[in-house]
Ligand binder design. Structure first.
Ligand code: HEC
Length: 206
């Protein structure tokens, strides 16, 4: 469900940006008649796209495991951009249209990187002096809890209840290493020992 909604959201947002890009270009080129014509022709499509944009966005915001600052900044940027864009096209103001286009692309960038500076965050976890499930617990709290919850049952971002997992320790290690659906691959963030440790900790959540 979550992954399906996520794909739908990415698709409608991309379509929205494409429509917006065409309209902003026509406005900047002063092709007002062509712009009015384009707006008229795409009116129904735009209404459907905007509604899906909003509904899938609300669903994702509620069910996202990783609710960092990035999410609130992104929602704030979108909330400011929409009225700005409406005014830009009403007043046929190309600078406002370009500013809101840039804001829209910025919001997309935040979303993809989950960071307001659009850089991937420093991802290492320090487990010095710990090993096995004790190291695994530290890793779990820093990397896994946002979706799976402290007890493994939370299930945000489409995550599975880890206490019900029928997978063998090796199968868990494979999923943690390579990722699955919305769960990232952890092979670049965690060492092999750390992955084994967190898998061992997950075993204890039953
Ligand atoms: C962005 C959210 C998210 C984060 C963070 C996350 N997971 Fe997951 N995890 C998922 C999703 C979604 C699935 C289900 C994938 C599928 O559909 O099979 C999953 C599945 C799993 C499974 C397989 C469960 C099963 O029985 O199929 C394990 C084990 C697991 N995660 C462990 C971890 C560990 C350990 C971490 C931290 C290193 C972690 N996850 C971080 C979202 C997440």
């Amino acid at each position: 469900m979550y992954t399906g909604i996520l794909h739908t959201h990415t698709l409608v947002v991309s379509l929205f940006i494409v429509l917006y890009l065409i309209k902003a270009t026509l406005l900047v080129l002063n092709r007002h008649a062509a712009l009015d014509n384009f707006v008229k022709k795409t009116k129904v499509a735009e209404m459907i796209i905007s509604t899906l944009f909003l509904l899938t966005g609300i669903y994702l915001a509620v069910n996202t495991g990783n609710k960092g600052t990035w999410l609130w900044v992104k929602l704030f940027v979108i909330a400011c951009t929409i009225p700005l864009a409406v005014i830009a096209f009403k007043k046929k103001n190309s600078s406002l249209a370009l500013i809101s286009l840039m804001a829209l692309i910025y919001a997309y960038g935040i979303s993809e990187t989950k960071s307001i500076s659009m850089k991937k965050a420093d991802t290492a976890v320090n487990t010095e002096g710990l090993e096995g499930a004790a190291a695994g617990k530290v890793i779990f709290e820093s990397k896994c809890q946002s979706c799976h919850g402290a007890d493994g049952k939370l299930g945000l971002s489409g995550a599975k209840d880890l206490t019900q997992s029928a997978l063998s320790p090796q199968e868990k290690i494979d999923i943690i290493t390579n990722g699955k659906k919305t769960m990232a691959a952890y092979k670049d963030q965690l060492s092999q020992e750390q992955i084994a440790a967190v898998a061992e900790y997950v075993q204890t959540l039953k």
